[in-house]
Design a protein around this ligand. Structure first.
Ligand code: GLC
Length: 539
């Protein structure tokens, strides 16, 4: 296999969109592909290079579309396959690539494979899933992914008169990925969407695709063989396609997902996410320093996908109990803001008290760390959450475009909206919307767009060799990244008090982003940062 080296994804900024709540154009209260096409100018203005589209497949919609009923279609409420292709094509015209969610750990129980499997023990689809005559025990480390919403991973199916395996909801039976026929189907699906122009996939639940499922407790001969097979296939069909994996596993296991540049191109950095939160909560750099030292180095042309927030729970399960307690106390003081005993169901802006200075610090830090940054739709304008919505839906409310009724998201009757618009006095569309933020030169939105453009000028930040710098102040995080002779040094003050540090640098750096007072101090450089201050220097 001759693989052309192309690492666009290492320099990209990814924007994650749930199109169901983005822009409705046909008055059914649900966003659609035409809505995405209409908003392409917005993406260009923002400066992102890649859109990660959450699931849009036909689905009973019991897990926000992650319960797929047909891998080859578009949910008719969202548009047609034709609309999909128009969108991908129109995005491409503007230099924006589209990657889509690939959900192959499980199907919906309404998928024809499962229907056939449950009704006929002799069907070839029976072995697409995992069955047991007696209800097996749950392995302690393999319980339901959503505790409190499911209490077992084996459920009884009347029609099959047998138990089937599901790590997520009971309506999401796990596929038997040890079955080669399932693997072949998976690749066919990838091939289909590649032909329609997608630039890659977010591999849903990749962490479970390396586990033996079901009856046998023996490890698969090569637990990573399925992911490697997918990579081999995808790279053969489109050499620059990217696989972005959701593997929320301990640091020691993460390196294997990069393989020897023959597995995942990008890994969602859940570890960093939890530790950034801790660092912000404590106003200290130590959690960042320790997590960055613990994370494995990506293999060649692979990297981290870093984020402050995603559209699930903000998972802090990687932290110790004492650390979690600090994060909860600071950022989710109310029980209703927490979920699954490991996470937070709030948006970034309210987590940081709507304090723009604090939010900007967090984004500046995110973009300065090695890897590909991801922004979740709505966070760029500082949207809030709706805690009256069940579970993770708190952070999946409609995009707020204007202060008009329904926030400019839809012209449907408000009662027909897929989810209500945020209505609290601080985060309602009258206070937070795209139109106002675009018009305000000092807004978070315009600042983020400036951040992205500045970031693009200094590729050392994304994929340079990084070094954490020793700093004589517990609140300040400083690091250097070098690429092709260019070195960037970035400093971030995580506390709400000003801080002064000295760095062993004797050159006279050029500040290119943020704000600091600095000057030589003998052989060193002293830098003063205001509360939540940050600065990027080019050496
Ligand atoms: C991933 C998705 C989540 C979904 C789950 C099951 O974790 O991010 O939203 O519920 O997979 O597909």
């Amino acid at each position: 296999m001759q693989e052309i080296e192309s690492t666009w994804y290492q320099d990209a900024t990814i924007y994650s969109v749930d199109l169901k709540v983005f822009q409705d154009t046909d008055e059914n209260g649900i966003g659609d592909f035409q809505g995405l096409i209409d908003r392409l100018d917005y993406f260009s203005k923002l400066g992102i290079d890649c859109i990660w589209l959450l699931p849009f497949y036909p689905s009973p919609g019991r897990d926000n579309g992650y319960d797929v009923m047909d891998y080859y279609g578009v949910d008719p409420q969202l548009g047609t396959l034709g609309d999909f292709v128009e969108f991908v094509r129109a995005a491409d015209d503007r230099g924006i690539r589209v990657i889509i969610d690939f959900v192959v750990n499980h199907t919906s129980d309404q998928h024809p494979w499962f229907q056939a499997a449950r009704s006929d023990p002799n069907s070839k689809y029976r072995d697409f899933y995992l069955w047991a005559d007696e209800k097996p025990q749950i392995r302690p480390d393999r319980g339901p992914v959503f505790p409190g919403e499911e209490d077992h991973v084996w459920s009884y199916d009347n029609e099959a008169d047998a138990y089937y395996y599901h790590r997520f909801y009971h309506f999401q039976p796990d596929l038997n990925i040890a079955n080669q026929a399932v693997r072949e189907e998976a690749k066919k699906i990838l091939g289909f969407w590649l032909e329609l122009g997608v630039a890659g996939f977010r591999i849903d639940a990749a962490g479970l695709l390396t586990q033996t499922k079901g009856l046998t407790e023996e490890p698969l001969n090569d637990p990573h063989s399925f992911l490697k097979e997918l990579r081999e296939f995808v790279s053969r069909r489109r050499s620059d396609a990217v696989l972005l994996a959701e593997a929320d596993t301990p640091p020691a296991e993460l390196g294997e997902y990069f393989g020897e540049s023959d597995e995942m191109h990008l890994l969602l950095n859940f570890q960093l996410n939890a530790h950034i939160l801790l660092a912000l909560a404590r106003g200290e750099s130590a959690p960042l320093t320790s997590v960055l030292k613990e994370l494995p180095d990506p293999s060649k042309n692979a990297g981290w996908a870093n984020f402050l927030r995603n559209l699930d729970e903000l998972n802090i399960g990687a932290l110790t109990e004492a650390e979690q307690a600090d994060v909860y106390e600071e950022f989710a003081p109310d029980e209703t803001m927490r979920i699954y005993d490991r996470g937070i169901r709030r948006r970034l802006a309210p987590i940081l008290d709507g304090n723009d200075k604090h939010i900007k610090l967090a984004y500046s830090l995110l973009f300065s760390l090695p890897g590909t940054p991801i922004i979740v739709y709505g966070d760029e304008i500082g949207m809030g959450e709706d805690l009256d919505q069940p579970g993770r839906f708190a952070v999946r409310t409609p995009m707020q475009w204007t202060d008009a009724p329904n926030a400019g998201f839809s012209t449907a009757d408000p009662d027909d909206l897929i989810r209500p618009i945020i209505s609290d006095e601080t985060y309602a569309p009258t206070e937070v919307n795209v139109a106002d933020r675009l018009a305000d030169p000092n807004s978070l939105l315009n600042w983020i767009s400036y951040l992205i453009r500045t970031y693009n000028e200094f590729p050392a930040l994304a994929r340079g060799d990084g070094t954490i710098l020793n700093v004589d102040h517990p609140a300040v995080f400083a690091h250097a990244s070098s690429l092709a002779g260019e070195t960037m040094v970035t400093v971030h003050n995580l506390s709400d008090e000003s801080a002064t540090i000295t760095l062993p640098l004797n050159s006279n750096p050029t500040p290119v982003f943020g704000d600091a007072n600095f000057g030589p101090d003998g052989d060193s450089l002293h830098i003063s940062l205001s509360s939540y201050g940050y600065c990027w220097f080019q050496l």
